[in-house]
Write a protein that binds this ligand. Structure first.
Ligand SMILES: [Zn+2]
Length: 426
């Protein structure tokens, strides 16, 4: 099996892995100005998508340009989230977008949806691969992808290794801990090769229940003090988790922006969350903002809590609220995830100011960061890899892939961190 890294190699963003020049795993966007795309111009016979985040699925519609119609395999939630992201990209980038409305429509013609633990056969480059999704615990519908190049051999048979068959496990993004929204990843299917994400390979997350406590206490105190808590949250996963955490309290948050549509989608797939009842209660407890009749101004003026996009303050209704809330030091901004370097959220956290309304303005409102991470930390990654001591480990999706690979080698693993564009034969 030959594996080529077209993106997400020694970086986070634009994930894309090409197997045997024919089967493409993920095809994402690295957001920024300008956005970056995977290298090369793959013409895959089939595409398998791990989950509905822009850095894994953002460029998939562009694969349907011209006459090409490769089938796209994903879970039901990923299918719907991919469409939301594609439509958002079209809206944001307009003519600069790498695909058009008609390519997004074509997704419906070529897609095939599969649940967890349901093997399916994908034909690519003359080989029948058997592919299976396993719950990765990262966002609703997220999957580890197992690709078995011996799809025709009976699973587990001796013939597999004799024929030179290879079982590749592409972890994609995963979390090993349970959260209010999702159960952590537990599946550890046999594999000869593991492509492992490494986003937080040198981080130990604060205990989740402690994060939840601090978060609820902060929102509660802010409201008691007669101020408003602004809660920026990623639309996918984080918004539903935050609502589910607040559902357990007396706080009835407002929900504004893209998180509304995504919450509705996740609600339609109750089998992909840990506690569908809790999410149902969370959704009915949240007050959807329409933005009509000065509703946002009223929310900002009252002692309320509002959950809104974007999570790193790069756009969306959160900027409207921030503009109204920023000068009162009793108000509070509760960031709910890691703020990437160069983002407005990072600027706010480090310098106490923000790009807003066409300029840089000071923010007097207090700012807190709550680490509701959706990725395994160092211990999570190591406990996952404990089950793959005999496998070849290819580290990707991180800022320190070579360092993590070296740590693993020091511990006896056959590990490396391929570079962008590199081909690895396994
Ligand atoms: Zn992700």
């Amino acid at each position: 099996m030959e594996i080529q890294f077209l993106g997400g190699a020694r970086e986070v963003g634009r994930s894309a892995v090409l197997v045997d020049d024919a089967l493409l795993l993920d095809y994402g966007t690295l957001t920024g100005e300008p956005p970056q795309y995977p290298v090369g111009r793959p013409e895959p016979d089939a595409v398998v998508v791990s989950h509905g985040h822009l850095d894994h699925v953002g460029q998939v519609p562009a694969l349907l340009r011209g006459d090409r119609r490769p089938p796209i395999h994903w879970t039901p939630p990923t299918a719907e989230l991919a469409r939301v992201l594609a439509e958002d990209s079209l809206k944001l980038r307009g003519y600069e977008c790498t695909f058009t409305e008609s390519h997004v429509q074509r997704l419906g013609e070529v897609e095939e949806r599969h649940g967890y633990g349901e093997p399916f056969v994908v034909e690519a480059g003359g080989t029948d691969y058997e592919v299976t999704f396993f719950d990765a615990g990262h966002i609703p519908g997220s999957a580890h992808v197992l690709v078995d190049s011996g799809g025709r051999s009976p699973p587990g048979s001796r013939a597999e290794s004799d024929d030179g068959d290879t079982r590749l496990l592409y972890t994609a993004d995963f979390h090993t801990d349970d959260t209010r929204l999702l159960s952590g990843s537990t599946a550890r299917p046999d594999a000869d090769v593991v492509i492992c994400e490494s986003t937080y390979s040198d981080v130990t997350h604060e205990d989740r229940s402690r994060v939840e406590e601090r978060f609820v206490e902060t929102v509660r105190t802010t409201r008691y003090e007669g101020a408003t808590a602004l809660i920026p949250a990623f639309a996918i996963g984080r918004t539903q988790e935050v609502l589910t955490v607040l559902e357990d309290t007396e706080i009835r948050p407002y929900l504004d922006g893209m998180g509304q549509r995504v919450t509705d989608i996740v609600r339609r797939h109750p089998g992909y969350v840990r506690n569908a009842d809790a999410l149902r209660r969370a959704k009915s407890g949240a007050r959807y903002v329409t933005g009509r009749d000065g509703q946002r101004e009223r929310i900002a003026a009252d002692n309320e809590a509002v959950v809104t996009t974007s999570g790193m303050l790069s756009g969306g209704p959160v900027l409207r609220y921030l503009s109204m809330l920023r000068s009162d030091p009793t108000n509070r901004v509760c960031l709910t995830g890691y703020q990437v370097e160069g983002t407005n959220g990072r600027r706010l956290l480090e310098r106490g100011n923000c790009e807003l309304d066409g300029g840089v303005v000071p923010v007097a409102a207090r700012v807190d960061l709550f680490d509701f991470s959706a990725h395994a930390d160092r211990d999570g990654l190591r406990s996952f890899l404990d089950d793959y001591r005999g496998a070849t480990v290819l580290v990707n999706h991180g800022d320190r892939c070579p360092a993590f690979a070296e740590e693993l080698r020091g511990d006896g693993y056959d590990a490396s961190a391929p570079e962008l564009g590199e081909r690895v034969t396994v």
